[in-house]
Design a protein around this ligand. Sequence first.
Ligand SMILES: *Cc1c(COP(=O)(O)O)cnc(C)c1O
Length: 231
Amino acid sequence: MLIDNYNKVRNIIDETCKRVGRDPNEVTLIAVSKTKPLSDIEELAKEGITEFGENYPQELAEKYNNISMPVHFHQIGHLQTNKVKYIIEKVNLIHSVDSMHLAQAIDKEAAKRGIIADVLTEVNYAGEESKFGVNPDDAESLIRDISSLHNIRVRGLMTIAPFVENAEENRAVFRGMKELLLDIKSKNIHNVFMDFLSMGMTNDYIVAVEEGATHVRVGTAIFGARDYSNK
Ligand SMILES: *Cc1c(COP(=O)(O)O)cnc(C)c1O
């Protein structure tokens, strides 16, 4: 049963929080349901689970339109400007804003609908070629630029840490992300709220929680391995 997997992860998060003196309520577990059928989401939603993460805008929109229960979707994967319109009203949080061009597109679509879009700035902390996200040194200036837009609100930072054998290898990344969050928060930039830190996946979410994650994005440990053969 998926709920058993979910509860196992949730319990580990709660125990980790207690061990390091954090309040477990500070950590949102996002069940990453990309490539998985709607029935998997509904199975968890029936048990009261509300937070789900999707990577592909079309898949997110389709699931949103067909789900029979109210849940919250998070856009966690890379977002192209021309796809913003498909998901803007269907997501609670966009985790992957890494350019002013994308922020402007989100702002424009949000303004059309009279809403304010909550977003995170994605940081490519380790500077990996294969990953999206801004260089840590450029995060503040991007956030300052975004802060001038009226229908988009930066709530914090997100990172996808490198794939490593041992989660400990990512501790410095997570710690650096927390420092970056606090540093930008200390600048008190108008319209910027550095209260969310989205980091940690199946292989490294415990270390991420130890280092201050407020949102962990866990797929495989809840839904099992993904099949990309028809993607
Ligand atoms: C797929 C994905 C996840 C979940 O990864 P798992 O290793 O299956 O937990 C988390 N975040 C992002 C951005 C993803 O694309």
